[in-house]
Design a protein around this ligand. Structure first.
Ligand code: PLP
Length: 381
């Protein structure tokens, strides 16, 4: 059996999704069609919208726009302020789907300020506030980091930003926090919030941008009038319907799910620290995602460890993003001031809630054996 400890990359759907998919197959018309086939699809989408709205605790009048994922939602946010003039404030630990569009705007002369994290990975409200000016157009800070799991103080950030720049749009990428902790758009007070379906056990290729009532943004994809005229193109009816069904399930299971994840993560860290005393867990003293452990294993290459674990049918990841066959060191860990060497020896283990304790112990044992073997080989040259 494969043990999937890479839930932050994608939280693969469990068996229960089969029933959901087969019932969704009944309603795959074009939601824009006037006939009953279209109306059934439209009803399925609106039901999913209500479920997603509940899961993110948005106000009734807030607009939930379904997109192709968090990447598109984040790009939409950046595009929405591309023709404004004020500075944009974000953080160097953001996901590339925020950083890359910002980089493009900066290359066209726009002022983009990336706030640095503390050495433990936290983006403080003070550091964001010190970068904001009254003419700031956009502040975008992620709710939880995909690599370290660090949860940023979004409500405090919003309060400070509003006091300095009342007209700034405030966005948070909550793709990783959704389904792993309490998430309330209402309480955060943001204008815009991004989520992704495949991070909670629904299908990839779907996400949403949640827009506070009264916030006016430009559409990113132009075409038909779908999604409140904010996202042209025939809706992904199956993906959206599954997203809604999984959102309902998560809403009812969240406390138990979070507790299971936390128990697994704590067991893992406690046992691994005993087995390999020189490992270091990043960001442990902070509020962080209950399922995420970011571990520095001195003297070992993370990529080798991933392959060794894969041979044991255990899936983990490194902080490195592999593009064009050449793994780059994690920009998140580098931003935290860590050396390139350390980032290359750091792995991310991100648990699913349904892993058993025995499975978790198997992960610790396999890691311990692989690290011991690699260190021996290194010593013996
Ligand atoms: N934002 C964060 C924080 C993520 O972790 C990811 C996925 O890795 C994304 C955005 C992109 O999500 P999607 O795959 O839905 O485009």
């Amino acid at each position: 059996m494969i043990i999937d400890c890479d839930a932050n990359a994608t939280y693969a759907p469990d068996e229960r999704i089969r029933g959901v998919i087969s019932s969704c197959l009944e309603s795959l018309g074009n939601p824009s069609s006037l006939h009953r086939g279209g109306q059934r699809a439209r009803a399925a989408i609106e039901e999913a919208r209500a479920s997603v709205r509940r899961l993110v605790d948005a106000e009734e009048k807030d607009v939930i726009v379904f997109t192709s994922g968090a990447t598109e939602a984040n790009n939409t946010v950046v595009a929405a302020v591309s023709s404004a003039t004020g500075p944009i404030i974000s953080a160097s630990t953001e996901h590339p789907c925020i950083l890359q569009p910002l980089k493009r705007l900066a290359s066209h002369g726009r002022t983009v300020v990336l706030v640095s994290p503390q050495s433990d990975g936290l983006i403080t409200s003070e550091s964001v506030a010190s970068a904001v000016t009254p003419d700031t157009a956009l502040v975008s800070i992620m709710a939880a980091n995909n690599e370290t799991g660090v949860i940023n103080p979004i409500a405090a950030i919003v309060a400070k930003v509003r006091a300095i720049a009342p007209r700034a749009l405030i966005h948070t990428d909550a793709a990783q926090l959704l389904g792993k902790g309490a998430l309330s758009m209402r309480e955060m007070g943001v204008d815009l919030l991004t989520i992704s379906a495949h991070k909670i056990g629904a299908l990839s290729g779907v996400g949403a941008l949640c827009i506070r009532d009264g916030v006016d943004i430009e559409p990113f994809i132009l075409g038909g009038p779908q999604e409140s005229k904010l996202r042209g193109g025939t809706e992904n009816v199956l993906g959206i319907s599954v997203f809604g069904a999984v959102a309902d399930r998560i809403a009812s299971e969240l406390p138990a799910r979070v507790e299971s994840m936390r128990a697994l993560r704590d067991l893992f860290e406690e046992r691994l620290a005993r087995a390999i005393p020189d490992v270091e867990f990043n960001s442990v003293h902070l509020d962080r995602l209950p399922n995420t452990s970011n571990v520095y294993v001195p003297g070992v290459r993370a990529d080798d460890l991933i392959v060794a674990m894969d041979l044991e049918r255990i899936l983990i990841s490194s902080g490195a993003a592999c593009t064009s066959g050449k793994p780059e060191p994690s920009h998140v860990l580098l931003a935290m001031g860590q050396s390139e060497e350390r980032t290359r020896a750091t792995i991310r283990v991100s648990f699913r809630a349904d892993l058993s304790q025995e499975g978790c112990v198997r992960v610790v044992n396999a890691l311990t054996n692989a690290v011991t073997r690699m260190r021996r080989m290194k010593r013996e040259g």
